[in-house]
Design a protein around this ligand. Structure first.
Ligand SMILES: [Zn+2]
Length: 523
């Protein structure tokens, strides 16, 4: 029986969190029959929140609560309320330390959200709302904190213990157990938390960044896959160099890790410093994989790596902004693939996917803008519209601004919002501020669903030597949206003379659509 009514969450009802978390100190005790999670949060009232003396409400899901302590003093059952989906403490000071101990059963976690155990390995998946299945926490991306994570487990069953950041301590414990402590100096949202514990082998390499720092690169796989990581490692190094050259983005931690396991249910996940992949997205050997498989691995490895800046250092304020990180990062990985491979082939691939699958989505009952106005279940919004159309919208900004101004805009975006959780509007604003262009009307791309249709007609007045091009735009109705406004679209055109020579264009009247000088001409 289902007793819960799904609730609609609306962008218009967004409120800043009442409390912020500065640091998260985690200790995981991993056993065969379960896991105990000790979490200590340093919490303070959000100065930007208007809610005075609001209760502290933490998200939780399928947790067995063992202990709650406030500033070191254990709370009695009457001091808090546990509803199954929330832990609520009615009265808290403006600043305090909260300790929560929970018991989980990763071996029985078949939803594969939060911490789960499969084929003897512990693994996490926290995007979008999996962290609440690990401990009680304000599980929303605009709560960014610094994490320190200590993992304890049996040394023979789990010789490898990984989490985000740099490893700062390790040692042996009693009864054949051991521990490793990880510290991530960069504030991150809870959806980027990761833990992996198991019997894995590693391939190691190094990368020297543009400022001369040596980064330790490691790919962890199950022992039988040890020989199949070379291509992924080469792809990673290419992606790291490309992001420095094209976006000026240098890697920040001392170590970058990829874990590839058969039992990871998502394709790949960009957890800070510890990307987790399904094996099929990383492993390839010359004997069995096709060229296409090699290209796919290169592009996925690059995509997850690029998130380190577009998604992790600058993250989403709320899940309505999913395209902020996904649209931009798909655009980045597709430009990368074009640069290191064939730009034409890559473009045909992108456009084919759009025309066959995304246009259909945009014309169907599930049509939604790249920044939806409401959702019931965010996991339903990992769509082609958010990813692929989102990437094309960023590509249009790139086309309108040109590569230099676009780079100025992305530099400003990263500089202005480093360590923040922001919106698609902040992204567009940075592009406007850096370029001096007005993108007010362009913003409609984020609000309106549906594929615009252009009707193009032309006439040439040979006597006057005037060529007239008329372009009409319409956007079909989609569920909940009618009578849409025209969207700002870059439109490339070129004219050829009788001797197949490009003519110079003098544009007289351009409304709504911004014309661009011919990009390719015959000569
Ligand atoms: Zn992504």
């Amino acid at each position: 029986m289902r007793t819960e009514q799904p609730k609609t969450i609306r962008l218009s009802e967004y409120k800043v969190p009442a409390y912020l978390v500065d640091t998260v100190d985690l200790r995981f005790e991993l056993f065969d029959d379960g896991a105990r999670v000790h979490s200590t949060l340093s919490v303070r009232l959000n100065p930007e929140s208007s809610e005075v003396s609001a209760p502290l409400a933490l998200d939780g899901d399928s947790l067995k609560l063992e202990k709650v302590a406030l500033n070191g003093k254990e709370l009695a059952a009457g001091d808090y309320e546990e509803t199954g989906k929330q832990l609520v403490i009615a009265k808290v000071p403006d600043q305090f330390e909260l300790t929560v101990v929970t018991w989980l059963e990763p071996q029985n976690n078949t939803r594969l959200e939060g911490l789960y155990r499969s084929s003897g390995m512990f693994c996490t998946q926290c995007e979008a709302e999996g962290f609440r299945c690990i401990t009680y926490f304000p599980d929303r991306p605009d709560v960014m904190a610094r994490y320190r994570t200590r993992i304890e487990a049996d040394k023979s069953a789990c010789p490898v213990l990984l989490s985000n950041g740099n490893d700062v301590d390790q040692g042996d414990l009693e009864n054949g157990r051991h521990f490793v402590t990880w510290e991530d100096p960069f504030p991150k949202p809870s959806y980027l938390f990761a833990l992996v514990a198991g019997d894995l082998v590693e391939k190691q390499d190094t990368f020297t960044t543009c400022s001369g720092r040596d980064i330790d690169l490691r790919i962890f796989v199950e022992p039988r896959n040890a020989t199949k990581c070379e291509h992924a490692m080469d792809s990673l190094k290419r992606a790291m160099r490309w992001d420095e050259e094209v976006y000026g983005r240098e890697y920040d931690l001392d170590i970058f890790m990829i874990v590839a396991v058969d039992d990871f249910n998502m394709g790949a996940m960009e957890n800070k410093g510890l990307n987790i992949f399904n094996s099929s997205c990383v492993l390839a050997s010359q004997e069995t994989a096709t060229d296409l498989a090699f290209q796919r691995i290169e592009s996925i490895v690059a995509h997850e790596y690029f998130h380190n800046w577009s998604g992790n250092r600058v993250t989403c304020r709320d899940w309505f902004q999913l395209s902020l990180k996904e649209g931009f990062t798909v655009f980045r990985d597709s430009t990368f693939s074009a640069d290191v491979g064939s730009p034409t082939v890559k473009r045909i691939e992108n456009v084919t996917l759009l025309r066959t699958a995304q246009f259909a989505e945009d014309a169907g009952p599930m049509a939604h803008p790249i920044r939806p106005a409401s959702y019931m279940e965010i996991t339903n919004f990992y769509t082609l519209t958010i990813y692929e159309k989102g990437a094309e919208v960023v590509r249009m900004i790139h086309t309108l601004l040109g590569p230099e101004l676009f780079r100025k805009g992305s530099d400003l975006y990263f500089e202005r919002h480093d360590g923040q959780a922001v919106t698609t509007d902040d992204f567009v604003k940075a592009m406007e501020d850096a370029s001096g262009r007005d993108l007010t009307q362009f913003r409609l791309w984020y609000e309106q669903a549906g594929t615009p249709v252009l009707k193009v007609s032309d006439e040439y007045d040979a006597e006057q030597g005037v060529y007239r091009l008329t372009i009409q735009q319409s956007i079909p109705d989609t569920p909940g949206q009618t009578d849409k406004k025209p969207q700002h679209i870059p439109f490339a055109l070129g004219l050829l003379g009788a001797v197949v020579k490009p003519c110079r264009l003098f544009l007289k009247a351009v409304r709504m659509l911004r014309a661009r000088q011919p990009s390719a001409c015959l000569s």
